[in-house]
Design a binder for this molecule. Sequence first.
Ligand SMILES: Cc1ncc(COP(=O)(O)O)c(C=O)c1O
Length: 289
Amino acid sequence: MHENAICWIDGRILPAAEACISVFDHGLLYGDGVFEGIRFYARRAFRLHEHLQRLNLSARAIGLALPYDLPTLATAVQETIVAFGENDGYLRLVVTRGAGPLGLDPRGCTRPTTFIIADRLELVSETARRKGARLVIAATRRLPADGLDPRIKSLNYLNHILARMEASHAGADEAILLNAAGRVAEGTADNVFVVRDNRLLTPPVTEGALEGVTRAVVIELAEAAGIAFEERPLAPYDLYTADECFLTGSGAELIPVAEVDGRAVAQCPGPVFEEIARRFRKLVLEEGQ
Ligand SMILES: Cc1ncc(COP(=O)(O)O)c(C=O)c1O
């Protein structure tokens, strides 16, 4: 946590270190809640509408009635950015089931807890961002959709954390999770793209990926740039033999990949990545004005 980090919590803005939730909050006890990670540039949240829509759908999917409507949350987000005082940064908007009796049953949780943290976030080192990240394919699998639908951005990240620990243990920057069938799902907090023969490819979300806001932006930018794009199931082989590979996410932004399980990616950063990254930087600043 950065010392200037601040937190909006149910209508109050505090230094983040002073913001507290109950030890009986089911978000803490059981991971019962939903969240969004949002970047802001030039003091404006990027693609806020899309993030709030996804939060709303995640909440509906778990039967959690949001305690604030979306315009109120949008205002709270803007107030949080202003209070943080830096031009660029990262927001974590969390809605938990709220405090209730011990036991899984959420019916005793009478009011959800809502908070928005504003802080800085660097998911990988500056070197990895410039020269490319090293990835490992984790032994830990993405939860199957019939266990937890990947479109729900829930507080349950333990298997992603275990995969991320595998990456750290191997001296890598990030891990790729496969689905139960052994095909590529996504990174621990990002979506994955490859380029092969000038075609941009990413797995369909039905392969077990979050429907990423940045993923959608990258697809838009590729289409605008005339880059052929296709959603296609990918195997580890496709990462090992890619012409280019990169990760996308609100936290990650766009990160080129240099290596997957010790196999060097042919071009890093490659020309397709460079073109999309250039357009992405322009877009976030334009939309941030
Ligand atoms: C598991 C997972 N996949 C993908 C992403 C990227 O999604 P977005 O671009 O909406 O941030 C995230 C972001 O938090 C994530 O947690």
